[in-house]
Design a binder for this molecule. Structure first.
Ligand code: HEC
Length: 156
């Protein structure tokens, strides 16, 4: 084995070692981006400060199972106008869906999906959100547990 090969293998070893250090701390790039770009308003737990800053858990599961809901998450100002690239924003939204909300069978956002909808301007976010919640409720999609309980309770 030549010295050059030995050196490059050493480099690879050091690189892998430092990547492992990063993951040992448990911080993925998406998590770091969430902390830097979103957490100030949405909090580490994703509970936000309702009603101004919605709790991701409230309708996250239902939104993620609807095309319109996914577009809404991509194009809300805080997400769409962030300095993140399309791929980074996709990863942060997946982090919110998988690790914060724990969406059932989440279909991962891709850079392509983010790119396709990020430019859609939203003028009245609360109205868009309410219309979305109403239409999802009308189609019996599982909304928050409170809504589900109402549907399932015998007299309700
Ligand atoms: C300056 C505060 C602020 C920051 C920073 C921020 N957001 Fe938001 N976010 C809000 C507010 C306020 C709303 C409610 C809608 C609105 O007024 O835009 C919201 C709504 C949302 C929603 C819709 C949630 C729902 O259930 O209706 C998503 C998704 C979201 N933000 C993602 C993000 C992401 C991702 C980032 C970071 C890249 C981010 N936000 C950064 C304040 C913020």
């Amino acid at each position: 084995m030549g010295n050059v090969t030995k050196l490059s293998m050493l480099g690879l070893f050091l690189l892998t070692g430092s990547l492992q250090l990063v993951s040992a701390k448990g911080l993925t790039r998406a998590q770091t981006n969430y902390m830097l770009q979103c957490q100030g308003c949405h909090k580490a737990s994703g509970s936000g400060m309702p009603p101004q800053t919605p709790d991701f858990h409230e309708h996250g599961n239902a939104f993620m199972h609807s095309e319109a809901g996914r577009r809404y998450w991509i194009s809300v100002p805080g997400a769409a106008n962030s300095p993140l690239t399309d791929g980074e924003l996709a990863d942060v939204l997946n982090y919110i869906a998988n690790d914060i909300v724990k969406v059932d069978n989440h279909t991962a956002f891709t850079a392509e999906e983010v790119r396709a909808h990020r430019g859609e301007k939203m003028t009245n976010v609360y109205e868009v959100r309410q219309n979305l919640v109403d239409s999802l409720a009308a189609t019996q999609a599982p909304l928050s547990s409170t809504v589900r309980e109402k549907h399932e309770s015998p007299g309700g």
